[in-house]
Design a protein around this ligand. Structure first.
Ligand code: 0PR
Length: 392
């Protein structure tokens, strides 16, 4: 740190120059991210209420009431009346909280406690396992890339404390057979957590849009908690995740009481202490402003572009879809060329795509427009031509 600070103008100039390599969503080149440019209303509300710390709830009791409204609105989207939960930093914190809760209520007396997750589960479950001392058992997928239910059943032992299902997987947007997982959880009296970090803001709108609508809501009685992230398809500002619990009792399992807070004694039920009240208010404002109709319009647009891209990919020689898209996540692979070579060449052309071991992931977020996709298809065709040339 220098002795004398920079003027705001000088600082602004320097910062702009230093940030030149960062890519913005409005560049139209980010096709592999599960985040998007936040809605303008969210940006406005977030900046207006930036000072609020909901980690001292007594100081911001009105914000606390609105957090309850956020939880009520998101719970009701997932068919739950009187849901409980918190706005957290993202899907990782929500998933850690869920497994922490499961460990708290676990009846298993075994010193090793296990959690059964699909092989497609996000790496935040590995972080959670490591932090909480839980053994994460990854279960293989079937040909539909959903968790193999027979293998789930076989993996259950007296050490098992929880099952996880994913509604919208990170790599391909697949929805596990959640109804069947719920039935298994009920039979074995296990905690079932659903990771709908991405799909939670997408799937609830499918029925009205006329798309196949897999079950994953709290209507399935075996589900104990759900992760649903406003900072993905909710168009909220980072950090905005959400954990929803079926009952208040579950939500309270990991909430030590803190006696000394300035706003008075209170329970802390999230991992972080100081917590963004501005995030809560931005999420609340978006839910109130957009309503179901607003979100449905956003989802319809993303799905139309996804389906159009899927058709394009099917028509291009030497590449193919990993599987027909279920939501606005699409996997491209090739039997002819290395997908790593294709991805690297696309990245050289400035496309910010996600690269998984066997496929490129494209996520059609609200910042993606048909013209971006048309440009991407042109470049993909060029890349394939280059690779064909090289092969000769
Ligand atoms: N659960 C699922 C199903 C997820 O896909 C993710 C993250 C998480 C949990 C964890 O959420 P947080 O990252 O909010 O803790 N999915 C994205 C991914 O891994 C995260 C992301 C978003 C990565 C935007 C890159 C990016 O540009 O792809």
């Amino acid at each position: 740190m220098e002795e004398l600070g920079l003027s705001v103008d000088a600082l602004d100039k320097e910062l702009r120059a230093l940030l030149q390599k960062d890519i913005n969503f409005d560049s139209g080149t980010i096709l592999g991210s599960m985040c998007t440019r936040p809605h303008n209303l969210a940006i406005d509300i977030f900046t207006r209420y930036i000072e609020k710390n909901i980690g001292d709830p007594g100081l911001v009791s009105s914000t606390v009431e609105l957090e309850k409204e956020v939880i009520a609105m998101l719970s009701s989207l997932l068919s739950l009346k009187n849901g409980f939960g918190y706005v957290v930093t993202g899907g990782t914190e929500a998933n850690i909280l869920a497994l922490w809760t499961a460990r708290k209520i676990a009846k298993s007396s075994s010193s090793i406690k296990e959690v059964i997750v699909p092989d497609s589960a996000h790496f935040s479950f590995d972080k959670a396992g490591d932090l909480l001392g839980l053994r994460i058992k990854r279960i293989p997928l079937t040909s539909t890339l959903q968790v193999d239910l027979e293998k789930v059943k076989k993996a259950i032992t007296p050490r098992t404390i929880a099952l996880v299902g994913v509604a919208g997987t990170t790599s391909l947007g697949i929805v596990d057979p959640i109804k069947e997982l719920s039935d298994i959880a009920l039979v074995h009296n296990l905690y079932l957590h659903i990771d709908a970090a991405f799909g939670g803001y997408v799937l609830p709108f499918f029925k009205d849009l006329g798309f196949p609508s897999p079950q994953f809501s709290f209507r399935l009685k075996g589900i104990s908690s759900v992760t649903i992230d406003p900072h993905k398809m909710g168009m909220a500002v980072i950090p905005s995740g959400c954990i929803l619990y079926r009952t208040e009792d579950l939500a309270r399992k990991v909430s030590p009481t803190v006696s000394y807070l300035s706003g008075g004694e209170n329970a802390h039920a999230t991992i972080v202490g100081t917590r963004s009240g501005a995030s809560v208010l931005a999420v609340w404002s978006l839910l109130k402003h957009l309503g179901k109709a607003g979100y449905r319009t956003i989802i319809r647009r993303c799905m139309e572009i996804t389906f159009a891209l899927a058709e394009e990919i099917k028509s291009i020689e030497d590449v193919e879809l990993v599987i027909d898209p279920v939501i606005n996540v699409l996997g491209i692979t090739s039997r002819v060329f290395s997908i790593i070579d294709i991805a690297h060449k696309l990245r050289e052309k400035d496309w910010a795509i996600a690269l998984f071991p066997n496929h490129i992931r494209i996520v059609i977020m609200p910042h993606v427009y048909p013209e971006h996709i048309a440009h991407f298809i042109d470049d993909l065709k060029k890349v394939l031509d280059e690779l064909r040339e090289q092969k000769k």
